[in-house]
Design a binder for this molecule. Structure first.
Ligand SMILES: [Zn+2]
Length: 155
């Protein structure tokens, strides 16, 4: 198997010929904007229900456990484990072409929610279910931060 690492510097533009192509950013609105703003401020937060304590992600207005609309953004431990992944060999956008092949991972956080992200710099053949990971945040503007993951020691 290839020892190629995925991702260069997180968020770095790709170069095709003489052209630098910026990686597209999310265009958040509503509750999603709050999620990305918290990340830009250095905090990975998920919604937590004020009434039953359930964590939730993706952002939504009502609690799936009890139906309450009361919640607050609550900081995650940032720690999780690989729940699943897929390897992308053909970039869907030219800005990601130089990174292929790379893994898109689903991380199950300690709070129980799952987050789709990446694991830059980790060889693809070292990926495994339950691999312990921790978040690191890349601030792209005052409104948008992107969560990425790196390996951590098992606990
Ligand atoms: Zn609830």
């Amino acid at each position: 198997m290839s020892q190629k690492s995925i991702g260069r510097a997180a968020g770095a533009p790709s170069q095709i010929g003489d052209n630098l192509i910026a990686k597209p950013l999310p265009k958040p609105e509503g509750l999603n904007a709050d999620f990305y703003r918290e990340c830009a401020n250095g905090r990975l937060c998920f919604q937590r229900c004020d009434d039953c304590g359930s964590w939730r992600h993706l952002p939504r207005y009502l609690c799936a456990s009890c139906g309450s609309a009361a919640f607050r953004w609550t900081e995650s431990s940032g720690r999780g484990r690989i729940f699943s992944w897929t390897v992308t060999h053909q970039a869907a956008h030219p800005a990601f072409a130089a990174d292929t092949p790379f893994a898109i991972v689903v991380v199950e956080m300690e709070e129980g929610v799952r987050l789709v992200s990446d694991l830059p710099g980790v060889p693809l053949d070292s990926l495994a279910i339950d691999l312990p990971v921790e978040v690191f945040l890349e601030s792209r503007s005052s409104e948008i931060g992107l969560p990425h993951f790196r390996l951590r020691e098992s606990d």
